[in-house]
Write a protein that binds this ligand. Structure first.
Ligand SMILES: Cc1cc2nc3c(=O)[nH]c(=O)nc-3n(C[C@H](O)[C@H](O)[C@H](O)COP(=O)(O)OP(=O)(O)OC[C@H]3O[C@@H](n4cnc5c(N)ncnc54)[C@H](O)[C@@H]3O)c2cc1C
Length: 258
């Protein structure tokens, strides 16, 4: 094999489906449910797993080809692919939902805002998720609006005797909603328009004490989670095996930060 030959493992095939429902979870988050025969058998993912969503071209859905390194459309362009957290996966019925943040201008946010039953779409996945580290009982969880669907799943996966402290930084008060975890301590930090993105989340997460049974799960904007990584791992020496700190999107850049 020469250095120029492809080295990346092909991702799972795309499965074509169609939108069957689209409804608001909050004014900032829209749940789009997809269904189709090809979605039957989509594996039930781990909590906070991912899927790749292939958005239609203006002329309709066009499946890309894996070149060995990336997906390309027949005309050589890159397809519009975005990453979301699969929720409400029903492999028997062939149904999957995603909760999409209506953050403003972006193909996926725009697609979700206007999705109608019958719209064609395709998904590939699932990608790796998260399970509680063995022995962890005290959980520090956080993120921004893009992490909320995953946070709900992380909270539901905690051991019954665990305690959880959750911080979510949101751009708008309307993003706050029930995360389905009545025993967790949940703090919603609404970012003032003149505040730097991530400052409140970084401060709240990194102020938490660490103990041998503490585990951390944080996801959100790439620069914000990088600041959290530096504070936890480099400055405080938190054990990386007990922490998942993941970039979900990058400010000013299209596509996700994975
Ligand atoms: C593992 C994983 C799971 C994810 N799960 C979810 C999920 O369940 N729900 C969800 O909504 N997102 C989720 N994301 C994030 C999502 O993939 C990105 O937000 C994606 O960029 C959105 O695509 P877009 O076409 O709307 O915007 P893009 O075309 O990618 O970006 C356009 C512009 O909008 C900005 N932008 C993108 N996302 C946001 C945002 N959330 N808030 C503010 N500005 C933004 C970009 O910086 C850019 O300037 C996940 C990402 C990963 C890696």
């Amino acid at each position: 094999m020469t250095a120029a030959e492809p080295i990346r493992r092909p991702p799972p095939d795309f499965r074509i489906g169609a939108v069957v429902a689209a409804e608001p979870v909050t004014p900032r988050l829209r749940r789009v449910t997809l269904a189709g025969e090809a979605l039957v058998g989509f594996p039930v993912p781990e909590p906070a797993a991912s899927l790749r969503l292939l958005l239609p071209e203006p002329a309709g859905l066009v499946l890309p080809t894996w070149t060995g390194n990336e997906f390309l459309l027949p005309d050589g362009r890159r397809p519009v692919l975005r990453t979301f957290t699969p929720v409400a996966v029903d492999p028997t019925a062939g149904r999957i939902a995603i909760d999409v943040v209506l953050h403003g201008a972006g193909p996926a946010a725009d697609w979700a805002a206007h999705a109608r039953p019958g719209d064609p779409v395709a998904v590939s996945g699932p990608g790796r998720g998260w399970t509680p580290p063995p022995g962890a009982r005290s959980f520090v969880l956080g993120g921004d609006e893009s992490a909320v669907p995953a946070l709900r799943q992380v909270l539901a996966a905690l051991p019954a005797d665990a305690t959880a402290s959750v911080v979510v930084e949101v751009d708008h008060p309307d993003a706050r909603h029930d995360l389905g975890a009545p025993d967790a301590r949940i703090e919603w930090l609404v970012r003032p328009a003149d505040a730097n993105r991530g400052d409140a989340l970084v401060a709240a997460i990194t102020a938490h004490p660490d103990a041998p049974d503490t585990a951390w799960w944080v996801a959100g904007e790439a620069a914000t989670v990088q600041r959290i990584r530096v504070a936890l791992f480099r400055e405080r020496g938190v054990d990386r095996a007990r922490a998942s700190v993941r970039g979900y999107w990058k400010r000013g850049a299209a596509g996700d930060a994975d």
